[in-house]
Ligand binder design. Structure first.
Ligand code: PXL
Length: 269
């Protein structure tokens, strides 16, 4: 008999162009050798006739609960990634579903707003995410904007400030915080910091261009999840994820949207 693949589960939104969201998550799982299982929280359809604005439709809370019930009854996953949730009602149902059973790891990508969205759109979900989802997370992967927002700091301009802010987020519950500097943190490198108590690991790669690429954050957290599902520890999972995203950005797929998108298929171990 062939060996069974590890199960990687994701609760996230659909991003209809395939660049981000659950589409990016499932591609990442497959590329890393994990069997992907997905629960849909919302549907985002960019509007080509309106400057690629976000058309957003939440999935009914009961339908989210039903999908969760089906997924966990079928595969008993021990590792889950949480991506875009989008509304306080969605956060409520996802938080109570997650709390209904044990997990080895809950990887939360705290998506507050998508690229191109107005920051104000996130304010009502921000508090709910912080209060209800972060305490359930073992690993959280905020980008620079999310790090500033969740840590409650105005500006982050250095790696030391990124580490300080990550420590503040760790106080909200998650054991591991991976704060991502991305292209916005000044300097020639894309720097991420993994904070686990007093331990700090700094991951550095030269920036691949200065433009943000759609799907990088989704792919990063999904890669961590796929690695954890195969038994990796958090530190090595994060190192693999950094490599997956760096290679995926270098091999980016050009698109008519304002952002190119990550190609997960470029990654080779
Ligand atoms: O990249 C963040 C993101 C996550 N999930 C969904 C999205 C986006 C950005 O557009 O649409 C569903």
């Amino acid at each position: 008999m062939t060996q069974q693949p590890p199960i990687a589960y994701v609760i996230a939104g659909s991003e209809a162009t395939g660049g981000a969201g659950i589409q990016a998550d499932l591609k990442t799982f497959q590329q890393l050798g994990a069997y992907g299982v997905g629960t849909l929280t919302c549907i985002v359809s960019f509007d080509p006739a309106n400057d690629w604005g976000h058309r957003f439709v939440p999935v009914e809370p009961q339908v989210i609960a039903d999908q969760f019930e089906a997924a966990v009854a079928t595969h008993a996953p021990s590792v889950v990634k949480v991506g875009m949730l989008g509304t306080p009602a969605t956060i409520d149902v996802v938080a109570s579903s997650l709390a209904s059973r044990p997990w080895e790891h809950v990887v939360v990508d705290p998506v507050l707003i998508c690229k191109g969205q107005e920051p104000g759109a996130a304010l009502d979900t921000d508090t709910a995410l912080r209060e209800k989802v972060l305490p359930l997370a073992t690993v959280v992967t905020p980008n620079l904007f999310e790090t500033r927002t969740l840590a409650g700091v105005d500006a982050i301009g250095t790696v030391d400030e990124l580490v300080d802010a990550a420590r503040r987020i760790r106080d909200l519950g998650p054991r591991y915080v991976v704060a991502k500097g991305g292209v916005e943190l000044p300097g020639p490198d894309a720097v991420d910091v993994l904070v686990d108590g007093d331990d700090v690991v700094v991951l550095t790669r030269p920036k691949v261009g200065d433009e943000r690429v759609s799907g990088a954050g989704c792919t990063f957290a999904a890669a961590i999840t796929a690695e954890l599902a195969q038994g990796a520890d958090v530190r090595s999972a994060v190192q693999v994820a950094k490599e997956v995203v760096t290679q995926g950005i270098a091999a980016r797929v050009p698109a008519a949207t304002p952002f190119d998108t990550v190609w997960q298929g470029a990654y080779r171990r």
